[in-house]
Write a protein that binds this ligand. Sequence first.
Ligand SMILES: NC(=O)c1ccc[n+]([C@@H]2O[C@H](COP(=O)([O-])OP(=O)(O)OC[C@H]3O[C@@H](n4cnc5c(N)ncnc54)[C@H](O)[C@@H]3O)[C@@H](O)[C@H]2O)c1
Length: 301
Amino acid sequence: MKIGFIGLGNMGKPMALNLLASGYEVMGFDINESALKKLEEAGGIAATSTDEIIEYAELVFTSLPSSEVCEQVYLGDNGLIKKVPTGVVLVDTSTVAPELERRIGEAAVQKEVSFLAAPVSGGVVGAENRTLTFMVGGPKQLLESIHTHLAVLGSNVFHISEQYDSGTNAKLINNLLIGFYTAGVAEALTLAEKSGLNLDFLFNVLNVSYGQSRIYERNYKSFMANDDYEPGFALKLLNKDLRFAMELAQEHGIQLPISQALVDMYEDAEASGLGDKDMSVLFKRVGTQTISFKAEGVSKA
Ligand SMILES: NC(=O)c1ccc[n+]([C@@H]2O[C@H](COP(=O)([O-])OP(=O)(O)OC[C@H]3O[C@@H](n4cnc5c(N)ncnc54)[C@H](O)[C@@H]3O)[C@@H](O)[C@H]2O)c1
């Protein structure tokens, strides 16, 4: 099967390389030339536009950084929904606004194009090791027809519901929790450091205690312990997902004051210039902030 891959960044590149390694023919497109070069070096084909992907592929994955880019790639004048022939399957693995996945889904139904909104969790390591979790919204039958291809990329594939935005809603809940855990690790380890505790030793102790979490392990072992914050999962991308989660809460008329405080914290870190670093860089910001929390009843000078 010929596969197209649009967006060869931290997540898209390892996924595309795994498809190549599994014997698929892969053509990729990215606006960043160095990303295309890496695909070519691994035996893939570099496209010069999404049009080339449309002509080539039977199955197209996208892994894009924002709702704006995703909207342009799917719904723009030259977009996938307008141009792909019937029979081609489109799978968006990006995390974008749920309402956008609904609009893409509706446009796909109108044009009789096959589309699934399938955000992933598991990070770059999960993408490299083929252990991603897919949370899929859209027709179950369509998912079943491409299940073997998704199994090359991840070890857990969940159909959330027929609703196109359902996988994204599940993913936003996941990322709200990631936001909490990351902030918790950043604050707790700042306090530990100030208290004179050895952070490596503390990790070994807490790793076998209830304070342990996958995010503590990921953030500490892969980033904080090395004082190296190359992403990974960029803080600005987590912040985007937290904003979507807050919009979802607003849509349902729910107030989430602690989540709001969390968003303020990440907004502050992004505004300070840390947006392109891995989310674990929040550790560097704790103790230096002067945030005015919007959440009622919570204030910090
Ligand atoms: N990094 C993670 O750990 C992680 C985990 C799960 C989900 N995600 C989600 O996956 C998506 C991608 O994340 P990432 O970390 O790989 O981001 P990234 O910024 O590393 O990669 C995005 C890629 O898209 C390319 N791009 C931008 N505009 C484009 C366009 N018009 N056409 C083609 N390519 C274009 C960029 O050049 C870049 O290479 C995001 O929606 C993110 O929220 C990321």
